[in-house]
Write a protein that binds this ligand. Structure first.
Ligand code: PRX
Length: 632
């Protein structure tokens, strides 16, 4: 990591001030006061949030902090699905719509809280029939359909630890995740649907489990869009058949607050992704509190987060947070540009969406195609807009605010990570928004921008984004690799290092610049350079590869790969396409390089480490900085 750096804070200090009514009605009415109250009694703050939820047994202690290990709500007992479902079924939300699913062609499926409750219980009983017990790992590799959400909640119901793998990952990526988690069951579907085409999922699972000895059964949801799916009876079982004859009630497993709830893999700076482990109690409190306060979610809201459930955003802000709150959640198997660039705006109009949460990549795509698309639709139901996953640049903020929010809706640009489990930095609804800046640490979080030694940088300077205090939804470990967990807390003394570079303005607002490590955020997806490099090197023609993120106005970054070929292989356009295809098949379409350059030599340190920084500087035509460690 480099030392802290100076940043030119070009541009005026421009703020957008929301209508005062937002503040008057907000759950958190006064950010400054709420933050002070939190600082005065941090554990008391989180304890008050926890009291809003139902526990089978309350905690003996709010926090046990044994650096860098935290236990939140010590000895408390709960089941998160009891808070997502039973609690609402027992009150006025029984017949409230919990979930509206929309397909690409506008098909709709609607679940009330009561219906969702029974579906989850039935599938949980189905899993029990397969012998799944508390602590077992279950891999969910599904399209964005209600059954994906039901499968997650069913696992949580019986205490099984789910590991959801995004449906866009390929064979090797899936195989690695199944093996690392030693998943006993894989839940999948025959196909996923994208831009009018069906893409097979089950065939990927078939290949991915060939060398996955832990897998006992594969549950297959047949969507019956093409022909009926053929099952290999010795291994595979139909989703609906599994539920035949099972009761529609399933007692929630009593979970300790610190029992694992799920594992979710995220890219790291080595070739193997990290299995981030989240636990039941703290994660529930963190996602509940943020869903309620950051989105200022009310009982009447219709909330749509466009993220796939396979990412942390889907876990925390499609499933657990919104259901804990009792929201009406929209789930759409939709892409922003199919059948045309109005697809999202049509959903907002049709369903009367009030809170809309999406990624800067999508916003920039919409911005490029112009106002005519949103202008065709009635977006007046919108109340609050959200952004997540990568920096929301000022131009994109302004367009989103004007063309979608009609100069009326507050924009919450939320910074957080798979590891943090919950939103950490944003501008709370009603507070002045500064384009380009995510905002400030929310009440409950202590964030800072520091140099390598952990000293805060002067306002206006850049440095490393850190979190100084434990928070309830924090990761507890990296699955089977605690060493990698400790690295987060031991890189910079006395704090959690997020891996992002940031700038703190004089007004206390934080601007996120980008990653400080070998992770590329492309279209909001987190991709490890090492993962792409090892996929390339696994091709017979490749001797060595180095991958960089190349800034792109639409996707934030594109992947460019520099490749040294093995003796006997010649550079050609055909080979470039082969290599791109190879990465697509091994990791998945999300990690495909858009450019490949053949090289004879790669810049390396004397100890043999590839200096991607030098490649990147050359690519961008800028000064590579200190190259004293570069070998001759
Ligand atoms: O670099 C930051 C970027 O996404 C990273 C976390 O990626 P992931 O674990 O996949 O989670 C994404 C969804 C929470 C961060 O380290 N990032 C996330 N949100 C923002 C962001 N960068 C700038 N602004 C944001 N609002």
């Amino acid at each position: 990591m480099a030392e802290s750096f100076e940043v030119s804070m070009a541009g005026e200090e421009k703020y957008y001030i929301p209508d005062p009514s937002y503040k008057e009605q907000a759950w958190t009415k006064d950010y400054g006061r709420a933050y002070k109250e939190f600082l005065a009694d941090k554990e008391g703050f989180w304890e008050r949030q926890a009291h809003h939820l139902e526990w089978f047994k309350k905690w003996d202690k709010v926090l046990e902090w044994n650096y860098p290990y935290a236990k939140w709500f010590v000895n408390a007992k709960l089941n998160i699905t009891y808070n997502c479902l039973d609690r609402h079924v027992a009150n006025h939300r029984r017949n409230k719509v919990a979930l509206i699913w929309r397909g690409e062609e506008g098909e709709e499926r609607i679940f009330t809280y009561k219906k969702l409750y029974h579906e989850v219980c039935r599938f949980a009983n189905g899993l029990k029939k397969l012998g799944v017990v508390k602590g077992d790992r279950v891999c969910i590799y599904m399209p964005l359909v209600p059954e994906q959400v039901i499968a997650m909640l069913a696992c949580a119901r019986i205490g099984a630890v789910h590991s959801v793998v995004f449906g866009g990952f390929g064979v090797n990526a899936l195989n690695m995740r199944i093996n690392d988690a030693e998943a006993k069951i894989v839940i999948t579907a025959d196909v996923t649907i994208r831009r009018g085409k069906t893409i097979p999922l089950k065939t990927i699972v078939e290949e991915a489990i060939i060398n996955a000895p832990s897998v006992e059964k594969v549950v297959v949801l047949s969507r019956e869009v093409d022909q009926p799916v053929e099952l290999h009876k010795e291994m595979e079982i139909d989703y609906y058949e599994l539920m035949e004859g099972v009761p529609a009630e399933c007692k929630p497993e009593v979970m300790d607050a610190e029992d694992p709830l799920f594992i979710l893999y995220t890219s790291g700076s080595t070739g193997t992704p990290k299995g981030i482990v989240h636990t039941c109690g703290g994660y529930m409190v963190g996602t509940y509190y943020t869903t309620l306060n950051v989105f200022d979610l009310k009982d009447t809201d219709v909330y749509w987060c466009t993220a796939d459930t396979g990412w942390i955003t889907g876990h925390s802000y499609v499933v657990y947070g919104p259901f804990c709150v009792g929201a009406t959640v929209v789930l759409a198997e939709a892409v922003p540009d199919y059948p045309d660039a109005g697809s999202y705006w049509k959903i907002i109009q049709d369903l009367g969406i009030t809170i809309f949460y999406t990624a800067p990549t999508a916003i920039r795509m919409f911005m490029r195609v112009g106002d005519e698309w949103p202008d065709k639709y009635d977006l007046s139901s919108l109340r609050i807009l959200g952004s997540v996953g990568e920096p929301l640049n000022p131009e994109a903020f302004e367009w989103y605010y004007r063309a979608i929010g009609k100069d009326r809706c507050p924009v919450v640009d939320t910074w957080w990570q798979t590891e943090t489990g919950m939103q950490m930095i944003t501008t709370m609804v009603g507070e002045p928004m500064r384009p380009g800046f995510a905002g400030k640490a929310i009440p409950g979080v202590v964030a800072d921008v520091v140099d390598k030694q952990g000293t805060p940088v002067a306002p206006g300077n850049g440095g490393f984004l850190v979190i100084r205090e434990p928070w309830p939804a924090m990761l507890r470990t990296v699955y089977k690799n605690d060493e990698r967990y400790r690295t987060y807390w031991h890189t910079i003394p006395d704090c959690y290092t997020a891996g992002d570079l940031a700038v703190k303005g004089k007004d206390g607002n934080i601007m996120i610049i980008g990653r400080a490590d070998d992770i590329i955020i492309m279209a909001g997806h987190n991709i490890g350079t090492a993962e792409v490099e090892s996929a390339l090197v696994s091709h017979q023609a490749v001797a060595e590869a180095a991958v960089i993120g190349k800034p792109d106005p639409l996707k934030g970054n594109l992947i460019k790969a520099f490749v040294i070929l093995r003796v006997g292989f010649q550079p050609s356009e055909k080979l470039k396409s082969d290599l791109i295809y190879h990465v697509r098949m091994t990791i998945g379409p999300i990690a495909m390089p858009s450019e490949i350059e053949f090289m004879d030599k790669l810049p390396k340190t004397r100890s043999g480490k590839i200096m991607r920084r030098v490649l990147k500087a050359k690519e961008m035509g800028i000064d590579p900085g200190d190259v004293s460690t570069l070998e001759e």
